[in-house]
Write a protein that binds this ligand. Structure first.
Ligand SMILES: [Fe+2]
Length: 252
């Protein structure tokens, strides 16, 4: 079975459409999103509508659940006061511009999804999808997390050797095997932070003899997104951030 895992689209419709076209070329059995459909980008309603139209299931990111609940902030982490201010402006904009149908959809997303590529009638493997970790969609599972941290995460999720755990939230793609469990951070479709502005996602092939992970990067019309951000009341700095692959606001 071949899956496309797409995460952290963040209302960047041109990035999403470029990824969906790439997925179509690659050919998959199913596509799942790993949350953070909205926030920072100018097309929250259109992004949700596209996923509904394509019947793409997925889990709730921190941005999705905080917008749906009308929470006081997005549950994001900030590296400096400027980032914090930008984040609050973006959250307020998204709360205002996400319509009722969008908020209802975001509020209905499940916290985790378990997939059985070879069928539930055999023992495994299981692919588990969350946005952050097993307990909260706000926890950043970064590449520098220890084996002990990831081992505890596997235990809490009920993942065993041979299983795959997919997640996003950090916007930086990476993978590691700990105790036979494969941890795959898919990176971000619409707001990468690893210095590469191109949309990122993962193709995951699962067979009886193991799994293969391919990190994909797709060019898209970043000017269209940047121009739409500048034309909106969203902070212009968010456009520079996209073009720089998340480096324009990085601390020196
Ligand atoms: Fe995100």
């Amino acid at each position: 079975m071949r899956y496309a895992l797409i995460s952290d689209i963040h209302a960047n419709l041109p990035a999403l459409d470029a990824v969906l076209a790439d997925i179509e070329r690659a050919g998959v059995d199913a596509t799942y999103h790993l949350g953070d459909l909205v926030g920072y980008g100018p097309w929250p309603n259109e992004t949700v509508a596209r996923l509904v139209e394509r019947a793409i299931p997925g889990v709730a990111g921190n941005y999705d659940s905080t917008v749906a609940a009308g929470y006081k902030h997005c549950g994001c982490r900030y590296e400096d006061p400027r980032q914090e201010a930008l984040s609050h402006e973006s959250f307020a904009w998204t709360l205002t511009h996400a319509n009722r149908a969008t908020k209802q959809f975001l509020g209905g997303l499940p916290f985790r999804i378990d997939i059985r590529p070879l069928g539930g009638h055999v023992a495994g493997p299981t692919v588990t999808l969350v946005h952050g970790n097993q307990a909260l969609n706000t926890v950043y599972v970064t590449e520098d997390r220890s084996d002990e941290f990831l081992g505890a995460m596997a235990t809490a999720l009920g993942a065993r050797s041979g299983d795959i755990v997919g997640f996003g939230h950090t916007h930086k793609p990476w993978e590691r095997v700990v105790g036979g469990v494969r941890f795959v951070n898919t990176g971000s479709v619409g707001r990468p932070k690893d210095g590469d502005w191109r949309a990122g996602y993962v193709l995951l092939d699962v067979a009886a003899d193991g799994a293969k992970v391919e990190f994909r990067r797709v060019e898209y019309d970043v000017d269209r997104t940047a121009d739409a951000i500048i034309a909106s009341a969203l902070p212009d700095e968010l456009a520079r951030y996209l073009r720089s692959g998340g480096q324009s606001l990085a601390p020196a």
